[in-house]
Each structure stands twice: as structure tokens, then as C-alpha cells.
Ligand binder design. Structure first.
Ligand SMILES: [Zn+2]
Length: 466
């Protein structure tokens, strides 16, 4: 399928003869339907052929054999880890972090840019239309890492949230990271504010947003959490961090603060409808109730939790309680595949493995909702993306389900979630096509593969020199 030509105002793209899963509030689906894109918005979606007599149709796509869904939304990632994949493969979280911090503390702008391209490219090829990067490693004299990451997303045409992370609690203050890997409290806050002011776009169709994102209770001071929350609310942006990932983190919080992670977050201003947190594996009933009461969101990262032996988040209980839940790849040093489809499938399968559930804990449609509308909710963009509805932004994917991999499964949503990763025939972001036949259209994928290999080797060399 050819890429879309440059379009002017009020030009339409018609997609028809496909199954459609809208993921709207009623889970409306069409066995054979149509969808019309006008500029960067969805103009209509419904059963059967597109309405006759539409003007300015620049492209008509016969999507026979396809399922059309909202684009996948990734809600937790660390792009820089693309160039440290496949290391410390048999460690739990704390040991893995301690093994990798010294290498990560050597990254520079050029490495950050290549790693962001790699992370974004792998996700976009697999149907992700909105990505996020929780970046918290800012070594001295490493250049403009935030700017490089945002540039990579913007060149690829992926909708993007940069969660500007930070760490200021190092070993000398009882934290986990080495002293040379952290910023000062004042430095982290000032740089975060500057990043928000420079890059955050609050408009309906924003392609770039910024969130305030101190890294975790064991790498950040209480003061940075408190002042970070105040900063985010003063600037009107969202808050993101890691929470309740492992038993070791729970012990750390109890020893240092005399309470578990959720109570600690509440005491520092970190529960609220403008907050989303990665993992939330070790949550008791009252923690889940606190998240539901405050509408705090969760980025569920099942593959990373499995890779680091962290445990199984209680996603079915969270959904029942009304907690907004999205999916996250997490950094690719703890999830080497880097694809979000894997998380749809693993969310479904891993939650069924939790011994507290006697029957299907999640079904295919719930998994698809986690990866689309749920992601939009936790990023604060549910009115704009995450479902296929007239007036929303045209972020959508055409999954090819009539090949050997899926053709014998009758239900398209079951095929997509239970089956192998489906080929992406086309992916649109903001009405523009960025993927055709599983290849990125906006950037040179092979050049990115080479530069990520080169930068991974350069980082390994520098780290080995100590
Ligand atoms: Zn993470």
C-alpha cells in the first residue's frame, strides 16, 4: 500500500470493507464497516460502505481481510535502554539496576537519539501511535537529551509524551543509584520546568506533551516528590513515576518512611487523577481502593514484571474497582521485544496465571481496551485518542488478519490478541500514514538499525573503560 500523498484542508481518506473494533464506551464493533478520515480527525465510522457523495476523497482503501482498531498507546518506557538490551538477564529489579546504572550514567545526546529512534521505530512498526518515554538519566555534560528524544518522536510522526524524570537520592543518601548518576534537587526541578515550558503542548491535537516524573521512591528524595508534584500542578501537566514494583521496594519504604509505597505516595501528593504510576504490582485492597478513590492511573507492564520476577499486578481487581489502567512495554533492558502487542497478549495470559483467579481474569476485548482507551485515560487524553469515534484524532491501525497466522480464527479481536503479532498494513497518526506493510515510512529503518548497533557498541566501550 502506497504512502499517503501530502493533503490540504478537508481532504478525506476512506477505509472500507474491514472489521472495526471501535473500543468506544459500548465496545461497538462492525463485522464489515467503514471509517472516514478528514484531515487529522475521524469524521465517521460505521457499518457497511462509506456514505456516497463524499467530496475531496484523495484515497480509498479497500481493507478487506483487516481489522481496524485505535492505534496502540504505550504508557511506560525508557527509550535509552534500547542500547543496553540483553544484559543482566537473570537479575531481579534491584540487582539489575545496580548492574546497569554505571553503564547508563555514560549515555550522551547522540546515544539517546539513536536509542529513542530504535524504541520508537519498533513500537510504531507494531501499531503504536502514541508513545511515552520516562527518561530519568541525565549525566553531567550529556547534551540536550530531552530535545534529542522529542526530535526522534517528531521525525517519526508518533504522538508522544516525554515524562521528564529525575533522580536525587543516591547511595550516600540511602538510595540505590551511584552518586555520579544523580542530579541535585534544585537542578532536577529547574530542568524539568524548562522542559515543560519549552516542549509541552496542551492543545487537543498535540503531538508532544511533557509530564513531571521523578523516578522511584528508592532513587528520589521525599522533597523532590513533593516539590515535583507542586511543580506539575502549577504548570498544569501530568505526574508519572514507578510505584509498588517489587517486595524490595515495599521493604525499602517501610524501613525508611515507616509505611508502604501507596501511603508514602499519598503523603507526598502523588495520588490523584493527574497521576499515573508504572507497575503497581504489590498492592493490597486498601491501596487499590486509594487508587480508585483518587482516580490514579496504572501502567501495567506484564513482560517486564515477568523478566525481573517482580510479580503479577492485580489488574482485574483494579478494573473492577474503577482504576484507569493502560499498558507499558517498560524499558527494553527488561523487555527486549520492545513491542506493545506482546503486552496485550501477556496482560491476558499472565493475569490468568495469578492463583487468585479461578477463571478467565481478562478477556481479549479487555486486553485491547487496556492497550488503547486505557492508555489514553492514563495519559489524560481520553477525549482525543484511544477509541474510534467521530471527532477524535485519526490515530488508527489496519491489522492484516487473512494470512497463515490468523485466517483460521473467526473472531478478529480474538485473532489479534491471542494470536501472533499481526502484520500492520497501515498505521495512521493524526491522519498521516507512518507505517506501510510493517515498514516505517517517515524514517530509514535500516539506518536506525545500524546506528543503534553502533551506539550500543560505543556505550559498551566507554562503560568498560570505567
Ligand atoms: Zn520503568
Amino acid at each position: 500500500m502506497a504512502p499517503s500523498a501530502a493533503r490540504t484542508a478537508n481532504q478525506r481518506i476512506v477505509i472500507e470493507n474491514c472489521a472495526i473494533a471501535t473500543v468506544d464506551a459500548n465496545d461497538t464493533e462492525y463485522a464489515s464497516g467503514h471509517l472516514v478520515i478528514a484531515d487529522n480527525r475521524i469524521e465517521s465510522v460505521g457499518a457497511g460502505k462509506a456514505p456516497e457523495g463524499l467530496e475531496n476523497v484523495v484515497r480509498r482503501i479497500d481493507a478487506t481481510g483487516h481489522l481496524v482498531t485505535p492505534g496502540l498507546i504505550n504508557t511506560h518506557h525508557h527509550f535509552y535502554q534500547w542500547i543496553t538490551r540483553g544484559l543482566a538477564t537473570d537479575h531481579n529489579l534491584f540487582n539489575w539496576l545496580v548492574a546497569l546504572y554505571p553503564t547508563w550514567a555514560r549515555i550522551d545526546e547522540q546515544m539517546g537519539y539513536a536509542a529513542a529512534q530504535g524504541s520508537l521505530g519498533m513500537m510504531a512498526r507494531g501499531g503504536v501511535t502514541t508513545a511515552m518515554d520516562h527518561h530519568y538519566v541525565y549525566p553531567k555534560d550529556s547534551g540536550d537529551l530531552s530535545g534529542a528524544i522529542i526530535k526522534a518522536a517528531s521525525e517519526m510522526g508518533v504522538r508522544f509524551t516525554l515524562a521528564r524524570g529525575s533522580m536525587d537520592r543516591s547511595e550516600k543518601d540511602g538510595g540505590l543509584p551511584p552518586d555520579f548518576a544523580v542530579e541535585t534537587l534544585e537542578g532536577a526541578l529547574a530542568a524539568t520546568e524548562e522542559t515543560v515550558r519549552k516542549h509541552h503542548d496542551a492543545s487537543f491535537d498535540a503531538m508532544t506533551q511533557v509530564a513531571v516524573a521523578p523516578c522511584s521512591p528508592f532513587s528520589v528524595s521525599t522533597e523532590l516528590l513533593k516539590q515535583g508534584a507542586e511543580l506539575a500542578r502549577r504548570l498544569g501537566v501530568r505526574l508519572h513515576t514507578h510505584g509498588s514494583e517489587t517486595v524490595e521496594e515495599e521493604q525499602f519504604c517501610k524501613e525508611l518512611f515507616g509505611m508502604g509505597p501507596t501511603d508514602y505516595f499519598e503523603s507526598t501528593g502523588w495520588l490523584g487523577e493527574d497521576v499515573w504510576m508504572a507497575h503497581c504490582v504489590h498492592m493490597n485492597d486498601s491501596d487499590i481502593e486509594a487508587f480508585a478513590r483518587t482516580r490514579t492511573g496504572v501502567a501495567h507492564c506484564p513482560s517486564s514484571n515477568a523478566r525481573l520476577a517482580a510479580g503479577i499486578a492485580r489488574v482485574p481487581d483494579m478494573l473492577k474497582a474503577g482504576v484507569p489502567v493502560g499498558l507499558g512495554v517498560d524499558g527494553t533492558a527488561s523487555n527486549e521485544s520492545g513491542e506493545l502487542h506482546t503486552e496485550l497478549r501477556n496482560a491476558l495470559l499472565i493475569n490468568r496465571l495469578n492463583p487468585v483467579h479461578r477463571e478467565a481474569a481478562l478477556n481479549a476485548r479487555q486486553a485491547l481496551r487496556l492497550g488503547t482507551y486505557g492508555g489514553a485515560q492514563v495519559l489524560g487524553r481520553a477525549s482525543q485518542i484511544g477509541s474510534l469515534e467521530a471527532g477524535k484524532l485519526a490515530d488508527l491501525v489496519l491489522w492484516k488478519l487473512d494470512t497463515l497466522a490468523h485466517a483460521s480464527i473467526a473472531d478478529p479481536v480474538t485473532a489479534l490478541v491471542f494470536g501472533a503479532a499481526a502484520p500492520v498494513t497501515a498505521s495512521f497518526v493524526n491522519g498521516k500514514q507512518i507505517v506501510a506493510d510493517n515498514r516505517l515510512l517517515t524514517v530509514d529503518e535500516d539506518a536506525i538499525a545500524r546506528s543503534t548497533r553502533d551506539e550500543a557498541q560505543r556505550l559498551a566501550r566507554i562503560a568498560a573503560q570505567g
